[in-house]
Design a protein around this ligand. Sequence first.
Ligand code: PMP
Length: 429
Amino acid sequence: MKFERSKQLFEEAKKYLVGGVNSPVRAFKSVGGEPIFIKKGKGSRIWDEDNNEYIDYVLSWGPLILGHANEQIVNAIKQISNFGTSFGAPTELEIEMAKAVVDAVKSVEMVRFVSSGTEATMSAIRLARGYTKRKKIIKFDGCYHGHGDSLLVSAGSGVATLGIPGTPGIPEELASLTIVLPYNNIDAVKEAFEKYGEDIACVIIEPVAGNMGVVAPSKEYHQELREITKKYGALLIWDEVMTGFRLAYGGAQELYGIEPDITTFGKVIGGGLPVGAYGGKREIMEYVAPVGPVYQAGTLSGNPLAMAAGLKQLQILKEKNPYPSLDEKGKILEDGINSLIQKYDIKARVNRVGSMITLFFTDKDVVDFETAKSSDTELFGRFFRKMLQLGVYLPPSQFEAAFLSDAHSKEDINETLNKIEEAFRYLKK
Ligand code: PMP
């Protein structure tokens, strides 16, 4: 494979864009090599500017659960854009989209749309603080909730990938209000509540973590978290930006049978356009302006193109119910990788929930950020670069989830497994 044009574009990009990119992990810093510039996508495949073809497991970091350039979604965007691109005024589409979310997610009675996952979680935290009149929040080590000041403490995703301490530019006074606890450890939560219970506004969690790679807690853990937050009058925020409408139509909360107080969404609900949302019980949501005192606004919030793309994607998901098939394909991939790990005696672990999967290069079971960090990131980098050469585009970091879409066929999975075998052979040389 040749990457000449991508190389040229990267040189050019670095002159005008910080690091040549608009989001850090895209720069391939932790995996070595240089990013490929994408020209187009269709279904499970993408093509770069040198016309190399890849099976794509990034899917724009999760939104494209139906694959690239889904015809119905593209048509919905085309149609709506004939009537204008933005009004900054109410539209009927927003009601339809809100109804779709409320119908799908049991704990959500009202919703507010924003333009990114970051905005959704930032606003959810502000709402929780406004509602409870408390200041402290609990987040978990290795969970990433976007780059809002209170949440960029001990974060996963790009922060973990680049080994950034997490808080430059964020005042200590604010960071000190964020209590960071190990993921998947209920005793740590109990201790924190015993100490600071009356001051804790909320606990925010990725119900299935994707931003330290995939890590899934037990049902009991989530049940205890629900009970303890209720006991102390703190709100439980489930950040379903990644898991919402991906692990099930009703999100991770459908899988675990838990009702958080506030839920945040992003990615899948935008169908590939910029959308985020936060929602919950009416009583809490009505603390948001214009009904309540907690201010939050957005020029492009509820943008018609984004609403049309998201609504179409949700309609297709509801009608088609691709979740059992996504899980089946995920299992084939997981089982296939596990037998290759055995066959080639690779120190690795596979974590998967539905269509989210991570191959960690460690011989420890990965249950939290500590164990995720035991991975050999240098080895991951070699694996990643080899897979890229072989035509498989994986997330360019050990601490991310790879995603499957409805457009990925069993043939795609088998082809991927053959390439993983080739890559493992190469690693063993
Ligand atoms: N929360 C979670 C769980 C996420 O995975 C992400 C993005 N990866 C965000 C929040 C932030 O979303 P955005 O990148 O749209 O701001």
